[in-house]
Each structure stands twice: as structure tokens, then as C-alpha cells.
Design a binder for this molecule. Structure first.
Ligand SMILES: CC(C)(COP(=O)(O)OP(=O)(O)OC[C@H]1O[C@@H](n2cnc3c(N)ncnc32)[C@H](O)[C@@H]1OP(=O)(O)O)[C@@H](O)C(=O)NCCC(=O)NCCS
Length: 162
């Protein structure tokens, strides 16, 4: 498996993985698939401090991860929020963990102080993945999401890097 920086050629593969979860799961609170143009703009807005990486097996993108602004106001500049998505055919093979380890190494190199992950409270895989990397649960936001005809709590998990 190769972990590398994402390029504009990966936009459809990134979206293919993500939009599967938009339509089937509550791990993302998008309700409609993200378009090619929206994802391209998202990728282009991710500069050096906000890497987007992909995991590739035999030339196929099987997962991706990113660092994004937690909030844009400048005092938050040493904090980032991460995302990680693995193709459903490739769960449980260590791909999510490899992506996260690479992303956290990049976060340390950039100099981030802390990383946050928002996880829907029912999403055990995401919570366990982050906890396996040292993230701890620091907040539970009650019923902030409404998808598939029900309310969802969101957990914030946090890793201090320095
Ligand atoms: C969460 C997700 C990225 C995990 O990816 P993955 O490649 O299947 O996970 P890995 O095989 O690398 O497993 C990493 C760790 O998470 C744990 N884990 C993964 N899936 C799990 C599950 N279904 N139940 C419990 N623990 C799980 C593993 O036990 C492993 O811990 P370990 O290294 O201590 O053994 C994947 O399930 C996914 O894409 N889910 C949908 C998207 C999502 O929820 N993203 C997070 C939002 S930011």
C-alpha cells in the first residue's frame, strides 16, 4: 500500500468513497452527494498546512484522510480537524490507521498543537480508530445532527501533539 499526497486526479476517487457514506451512513452529516466541482474546490483550498492524503493499492485509491481548519479565526491556527474515510470493501485491513499515522506525522511536522476529530456517537469504528491512536473523548454534543429520521450526538475526540 502506498500513502501519498492527493492530486486533482484523485477527486473522483475521493468523492466515490465519501459519497458512499453520504448515502448510507451517519458518519458524515452531508445529506446529498458532494459534486466533482465542490470536491475539486475543497482540495484546492487545502494548502500546505492542510494536507490531503490517499492510500493506494495496485493503482486504486482505497482511502483518504485530511486535515482541515477546525475554525478559521486565527487564534485556532495551531488546531486542525481530521477526516478519514476507507472504501467499504477495504475495512479492517489497517488502512485507516496507516492513513491516520501518516497524517499525524505530517501534523507534527507542520507544528500543530492539537488535533480534533468529530465522530457521530454511534460510529464505533471511527471512535475506536481514533482512540487506538491516543485520541480521548473530550466532549459530547447532544442531538446536533438529524439524518435518516433521527437525531445524532457527536463526540469530539482530541489528541495533544505537544
Ligand atoms: C473508521 C474507518 C476509517 C476505519 O478504517 P479501517 O481501515 O477499517 O480501520 P483499521 O483497519 O485501520 O483499524 C484501526 C483501528 O480501529 C479499530 N476498528 C476499525 N473498525 C472497527 C470496528 N468496526 N469496530 C471496532 N473497532 C474498529 C480497529 O480495531 C483498529 O484498532 P487496533 O489497531 O488497535 O487494532 C472506516 O471504518 C470508515 O471509513 N468508516 C466510515 C467513515 C468514518 O466513519 N470516518 C471517520 C469520520 S472522521
Amino acid at each position: 500500500m502506498l500513502i501519498r499526497m492527493a492530486t486533482v486526479d484523485d477527486v473522483d476517487a475521493i468523492n466515490g468513497i465519501y459519497n458512499h457514506y453520504v448515502l448510507t451512513a451517519v458518519c458524515t452529516f452531508h445529506l446529498e452527494p458532494v459534486t466533482h466541482e465542490e470536491r475539486l474546490a475543497w482540495l484546492r483550498a487545502h494548502g500546505e498546512r492542510h494536507p490531503v492524503i490517499v492510500a493506494e493499492i495496485d493503482g486504486h485509491v482505497v482511502g483518504w484522510a485530511s486535515l482541515s481548519h477546525y475554525r478559521e479565526r486565527p487564534a485556532y491556527r495551531n488546531t486542525a480537524e481530521n477526516s478519514v474515510y476507507v472504501h467499504p470493501d477495504h475495512h479492517g485491513k489497517g488502512i485507516g490507521k496507516r492513513l491516520m499515522m501518516d497524517l499525524l506525522n505530517q501534523a507534527r511536522a507542520i507544528g500543530y498543537h492539537t488535533i480534533l476529530a468529530g465522530a457521530t456517537a454511534s460510529e464505533t469504528a471511527s471512535i475506536k480508530l481514533h482512540e487506538s491512536l491516543g485520541f480521548t473523548q473530550v466532549a459530547r454534543l447532544k442531538e446536533v445532527g438529524y439524518k435518516f429520521d433521527r437525531w445524532h450526538d457527536v463526540l469530539f475526540l482530541q489528541l495533544m501533539l505537544e
